[in-house]
Design a protein around this ligand. Structure first.
Ligand code: SF4
Ligand code: SF4
Length: 297
C-alpha cells in the first residue's frame, strides 16, 4: 500500500475484507455440501471522534467503551486522540440456502443456521484477526475489540446484560443499519447477518449515515406497522415493547443450545428465528401504503 490517505486506506482494507470473505476456504458451514457460511460482505467506516460513541456510552453505561478507550487499553504506551482512530465494521449476510432452511423452522434453529453460528462465527473471528494482521503489516496499529481479554458482559442499568463493545452498535455508527423491534440490526442486506469490527489508528472520513434515528428502518417504529418478528419468536420474547433479552437468553440456554449440541456436538447459542421470514430479512423493508412489504416465504 504505497499511498497513505484516508480514501486509499479504507478502499484497500474494504477490498481485502470482501476478497477474503468471497474466497477463503474457511468461510464454510463445514457440511457435506461444502456451502459457504456467508455471502459477500458490506464494509463501513466511522471515525473515533464520532459523537455517537459518546452517546452510546451515556446510554448503555459507563462500562461501555469508546474507540479511544479500548484502543488505549490495547496500546497503553501510545495514547491516541479520538480523531486519529477509525472503526472498520462489516456485515456478513446469511446465504439464501441458510435463510430458506431457517424460514421453514418455527421452534428450533435449522442446521444451516446453527452451523453458521458455530463455523461462520469462527470464520468471523478469523476475519477480525486477519484484518488486524493486514493492518499491522501496513504498520498501522489495530485491535479487534472482541478479541481483547478485557471484552466482557456487564449489567447495564437501562438495558440489562450488555457487552462493553457491541459489533452491531459499531455497524450502526458506521452507517450500516438501524435497530429493529427485535434488537437486530436492519442493514441494506437485511437482518439475517452477523457483524464484526476492528479499531485502527488510521485516517478515515466521518461516517455518512443515511438515517438520523436509531430505529429508522424498522416499520414498527417508523410506520406503526409490521411487527412480523413478534410471531416468529417461539419464546414470546418480542412484543410491542421490544425485545425481552432475559426471555430470549433463557430460551437459547434451555431449548435451542441443548438441541444444537445433540446434532453438532457443541452447545451453540443459535436461534435467530426472528431474523427470517420477515420483511427486513434481506434488506431495508419497503413501505407500501400503510402496510409493510411482505415477508419472504
Ligand atoms: S420484522 Fe418488522 S417490526 Fe420486526 S424488526 Fe423487521 S421491520 Fe421491524
Ligand atoms: S433469538 Fe430466538 S428466542 Fe431470541 S428473540 Fe429471536 S426468535 Fe426469540
Amino acid at each position: 500500500m504505497a499511498e497513505n490517505n484516508a480514501t486509499d486506506i479504507t478502499a484497500w482494507i474494504e477490498t481485502k475484507i470482501i476478497d477474503f470473505v468471497e474466497n477463503s476456504p474457511e468461510n464454510s458451514l463445514k457440511n457435506d455440501a461444502k456451502e459457504p457460511a456467508w455471502d459477500s460482505p458490506l464494509v463501513g467506516f466511522s471515525r473515533g471522534d464520532d459523537s455517537l460513541f459518546d452517546e452510546l456510552k451515556n446510554d448503555i453505561g459507563p462500562f461501555y467503551w469508546t474507540p479511544a478507550e479500548l484502543f488505549n487499553l490495547a496500546y497503553p504506551e501510545r495514547k491516541v486522540s479520538t480523531n486519529e482512530l477509525a472503526v472498520i465494521s462489516w456485515i456478513l449476510p446469511q446465504t439464501l440456502t441458510t435463510r430458506k432452511a431457517h424460514r421453514r423452522e418455527t421452534s428450533h434453529p435449522s442446521e444451516n443456521w446453527s452451523r453458521s453460528r458455530l463455523h461462520g462465527e469462527n470464520f468471523n473471528e478469523l476475519l477480525r484477526s486477519q484484518v488486524v494482521e493486514w493492518l499491522h503489516e501496513a504498520e498501522i496499529a489495530a485491535v479487534a475489540p472482541l478479541n481483547m481479554p478485557q471484552w466482557e458482559w456487564q449489567e447495564s442499568q437501562r438495558y440489562g446484560y450488555a457487552s462493553n463493545w457491541s459489533e452491531r452498535h459499531a455497524a450502526y455508527v458506521a452507517g450500516l443499519g438501524t435497530f429493529g423491534l427485535s434488537d437486530g440490526l436492519i442493514t441494506p442486506v437485511g437482518k439475517a447477518m452477523r457483524c464484526g469490527s476492528v479499531v485502527a489508528r488510521m485516517p478515515t472520513a466521518p461516517a455518512k449515515r443515511p438515517y438520523t434515528k436509531y430505529n429508522a428502518y424498522c416499520l414498527f417504529y417508523s410506520q406503526g406497522t409490521c411487527g412480523k418478528c413478534i410471531n416468529r419468536c417461539p419464546a414470546e420474547a418480542i412484543s410491542d415493547s421490544g425485545h425481552d433479552k432475559k426471555r430470549c437468553a433463557a430460551y437459547i440456554k434451555e431449548v435451542t443450545s441443548p438441541y444444537v449440541e445433540k446434532s453438532l456436538g457443541e452447545a451453540v447459542s443459535s436461534c435467530g428465528l426472528c431474523q427470517v421470514k420477515i420483511p427486513c430479512e434481506t434488506g431495508i423493508p419497503k413501505v407500501s401504503g400503510n402496510h409493510a412489504a411482505a415477508a419472504p416465504e
